[in-house]
Write a protein that binds this ligand. Structure first.
Ligand code: DGL
Length: 259
């Protein structure tokens, strides 16, 4: 059994780096392989069938070609729509899936109202509906941020600020807590604060990393390398310039400390 096998991460783009960074903090000696699915980005408006079939292809590639020992679905939309089917099809390895951190709001009981931001796909899913009603606190609003992940993926800063002003300004002073229900959103915390003020963020990345560590520990699969692991990145875009640009941005973000 090779404990040095990589942990596979997948997202519709580079947003999942916000989850990967937490995993690397907790498990620095692991090897990671990150798959960014630019060719099919964004996932937020795709049907369940499209997301299931695309994620099945990616997990197949991560397990067969890359021999990953665990998979992290670092995309709330893909988790919401495909995790059940992925766990049924790939039952030999742990599949850890992120979800909007609404349970954390329930557990920590912060003061004030909560705004949940997520993609349309996440919000319309059965998995989200169950999460929402399990932890419902009578003081929550949900906003489906159609198109926002795409703007973040493309790094269109001015349009991101315009988008937030247009769509979220109405919650200023009304929501003190914000659930970042898409892995792209932690990349724009500063811009969200510009629109909403000094809100408290809730993000599922820490929980996913702890769960990953627990499952690897439990199956005795934690890396025994003591010198730090490696991170590989792959983007599905058919355009070489785009592939290169994504890779550069990914490693730049990986080295930034304010995420
Ligand atoms: N990072 C994905 C998520 O967490 C973005 C989805 C999309 O591509 O629309 O939901």
């Amino acid at each position: 059994m090779n404990r040095q096998r990589p942990i596979g991460f997948l997202d519709s783009g580079i947003g999942g780096i916000t989850v990967l960074k937490k995993a690397v903090e907790l498990l620095p000696n692991e090897n990671y392989f990150f798959f960014s699915d630019s060719a099919n980005n964004s996932y937020g408006d795709k049907s369940d069938g499209e997301i299931i079939s695309r994620c099945t292809e990616i997990v197949n590639c991560l397990t067969v070609q890359k021999d990953c020992k665990a998979i992290v679905i670092a995309c709330n939309t893909a988790s919401a729509k495909a995790v059940k089917s992925l766990r049924a099809n790939f039952d030999k390895i742990p599949i850890i899936a992120i979800e909007p951190a609404y349970k954390m709001v329930h557990d920590l009981r912060p003061k004030g109202a909560t705004l949940i931001m997520a993609t349309k796909g996440t919000i319309s899913s059965e998995k989200f509906r169950r999460l929402y009603y399990s932890y419902y606190n009578h003081n929550t609003v949900i906003h489906s941020c159609v198109g926002l992940a795409d703007l973040i993926e493309q790094g269109r800063d001015k349009e991101i600020c315009d988008y937030l002003e247009k769509n979220l300004a109405r919650y200023k002073g009304r929501a003190e807590n914000v659930v970042l229900g898409c892995t792209h959103y932690p990349l724009i915390k500063a811009q969200i604060r510009k629109t909403l003020g000094d809100v408290t963020f809730f993000d599922g990345a820490d929980g996913v990393s702890k769960r990953l560590k627990f499952l690897l520990e439990e199956s005795n699969m934690l890396s025994d390398n003591q010198n730090g692991g490696e991170i590989e990145f792959c983007d599905s875009s058919p355009d070489d310039d785009m592939k290169k640009a994504k890779k550069e941005r990914f490693f730049k973000l990986l080295n930034e400390d304010n995420i």
